[in-house]
Design a binder for this molecule. Structure first.
Ligand code: RB5
Length: 147
């Protein structure tokens, strides 16, 4: 299973850590950057990461920037993306169970690597519940807003 990764400079070290963790578990990682701690703009890595998940080339994504906000905003411009900013394992589990999030976003400057590991684990362990939640996510795309 291929997992898409994206970060800016603020998330670079956490991205490297989580890619190592996922590879050690047998996942294939696809790294859309950034590739150092040199300052960069998160849309440059967020957009290709979003496309990889939207097209099915990657099963899901893990992304991060300093707060998680900028990269979430960018990812969620893609109509097939449900990027969820998660700073606790419980939020990550609910992002999968209720929102069927396809990109997990972490606020790299506000979680430790250990906390990030637990957040990723909670996301991986959870399953989408469907039902009323499917009805709600079907209404998210702009094309279906009826207004
Ligand atoms: C970079 O300094 C910071 O602005 C960025 O990582 C992110 O937090 C933006 O939303």
């Amino acid at each position: 299973m291929k997992i898409a990764f994206a970060s800016d400079h603020a998330g670079y070290e956490l991205k490297q850590h989580l890619m190592d963790m996922m590879r050690s578990r047998g996942y294939e990682t696809v790294d859309f950057g950034t590739h150092s701690t040199e300052s960069c703009d998160y849309p440059a890595t967020a957009h290709p990461c979003a496309v990889a998940v939207e097209t099915g080339n990657c099963a899901f994504g893990i992304a991060m920037c300093g707060t998680g906000n900028g990269i979430s905003m960018t990812l969620n411009k893609h109509q097939g993306i449900r990027a969820a900013l998660c700073w606790k394992p419980e939020i990550a589990a609910l992002a999968k169970q209720h929102n069927n999030a396809n990109i997990l976003v972490l606020p790299a400057r506000f979680v430790t690597q250990q906390e990030a590991d637990s957040i990723v684990d909670a996301f991986l362990d959870a399953s989408f519940e469907g039902g009323r939640h499917q009805r709600r996510i079907d209404k998210i795309p702009v094309a279906g807003c009826n207004c």
